[in-house]
Design a protein around this ligand. Structure first.
Ligand SMILES: C[S@@+](CC[C@H](N)C(=O)[O-])C[C@H]1O[C@@H](n2cnc3c(N)ncnc32)[C@H](O)[C@@H]1O
Length: 384
């Protein structure tokens, strides 16, 4: 696919990041891919999420569900209101990775019972500034509830954790099935570009793969490449361990494990976004390109159980939105032009060929025994 060429100043930024990567590889040898992805996304001042360039919406590289319009947040708010009414009393909403702040703004505007505190755990300093700007026009009584965190709350809290398109941004390891067994994919230098190379798999990759391979319905062919997020269990524990009573909703593109590691998905799930074009080469313009991997939702469920959460619901985004009557928002539009706009948004969010099937929602609970309406119509826990 042909990509729009970046301007010279941005190419220079990407080149600075590449130079750092080359230094690391020249010193230490081939770089495990998760290290490459971490540098590509988070290298201070240069990585994609921390270099201060436009990411979201039409002027950026991709459009997330809350960026599409009001329907996503208004519908998620219905689910959160339901949880809040069972929690009773003061409760906290913790958003992980808030991007442009659109979900925070629209949730706070839509919730019937706003939380006492709306906390945003956002590692990117430039994105915190974007979020503050997005949230600036909220009424003072709502804005006063917002706070930013570097790490999850220390004190136990009752409430809701929400993460939309955050797990896909966690660095993944890549592997290849070879005749000699499992190999880890690393990044090396070939002439004036990066290239893949096989390296000895580290212990964490070996262990993670062992626990996966025995559960797959069929062996994978030689040459098969894919990803594993070995950081996922630790990350999930970190972000949920002070949730005392409540629900964590994680929404992302992904599959249950038996679909994730389908033999025909032989080059994995890595996906890169640059100016609304999706491509599959992570070595193109590091720092200017979003890099992500689909989420193995079975791994999320396993990690959740390991940190003492219950897996209370799993469905696709379409099922979640329809269960919460998202279509009513379209029907209740006050005029034809608004209805037309909302109908388009609803289609993009819910149609199977758009975001409706690719995106999944998992509901994790602790000390919370009430059913979650979002999983009522098309609950798919059995697929995990
Ligand atoms: C693809 S964006 C999604 C933004 C937003 N949630 C939305 O739906 O528009 C990923 C977000 O996750 C943040 N992020 C990346 N790694 C994170 C981590 N380990 N913990 C929390 N947030 C993270 C990024 O800085 C960014 O804000």
């Amino acid at each position: 696919m042909s990509l729009p060429h970046p301007p010279e100043d941005l190419l220079a930024l990407s080149q600075s990041l590449c130079n750092k990567m080359v230094d690391v590889i020249s010193t230490n040898g081939p770089m495990p891919f998760d290290r490459f992805m971490t540098m590509a996304l988070y290298e201070p001042g240069l990585g994609y999420y921390v270099n201060g360039l436009h990411k979201f919406g039409q002027a950026g590289d991709f459009v997330t569900a809350p960026e599409q319009g009001p329907i996503f947040a208004a519908t998620v708010a219905r689910q959160i209101d339901e949880v809040a009414s069972e929690l009773k009393g003061d409760w906290t909403l913790l958003e992980l990775g808030a991007g442009s702040g659109a979900l925070a703004r629209d949730l706070l505007g839509a919730l019937e019972q706003p939380p006492k505190r709306y906390l945003i755990l956002e590692p990117s300093a430039p994105l915190r500034e974007v979020q503050a700007e997005t949230l600036r026009d909220l009424p003072e009584h709502l804005r006063a509830r917002i706070g930013w965190l570097n790490s999850p709350p220390d004190e136990p809290f009752d409430g809701v954790i929400i993460a939309n398109e955050v797990i896909d941004a966690l660095a993944v390891k890549r592997f290849e099935i070879t005749e000699d067994g499992l190999a880890e994919l690393g990044v090396t230098i070939a002439g004036d570009r990066f290239d893949w190379t096989c390296i000895t798999p580290g212990d964490r990759l070996q262990q993670a793969w062992q626990s996966i391979v025995n559960t797959l319905p069929q062996p994978l062919p030689f040459g098969y490449r894919s990803e594993i997020c070995v950081d996922l269990p630790g990350w999930l524990d970190t972000v949920t361990h002070t949730l005392r009573r409540g629900v964590a909703l994680m929404i992302d593109y992904g599959y249950p494990r038996h679909e994730y590691y389908l033999p025909e998905r032989s080059d994995g799930t890595l996906v890169c976004h640059y100016r609304h074009r999706a491509h599959f080469d992570p070595f193109v313009w590091p720092g200017l390109t979003d890099l992500s991997a689909f989420v193995d939702f079975t791994a999320v469920a396993e990690a959740a159980v390991d940190c003492g959460l219950e897996v209370s619901g799993f469905t696709n985004q379409s099922g979640f939105l329809l269960s919460l009557d998202a279509h009513e928002i379209v029907e209740k539009a006050e005029d034809d032009a608004t209805r037309l706009r909302l109908a388009g948004e609803f289609k993009r969010l819910a149609m199977p060929g758009e975001m409706g099937e690719r995106f999944k929602v998992i509901g994790l609970t602790r000390g919370f025994d009430w059913p979650l309406s979002g999983f009522e119509l098309m609950g798919q826990l059995h697929r995990l």
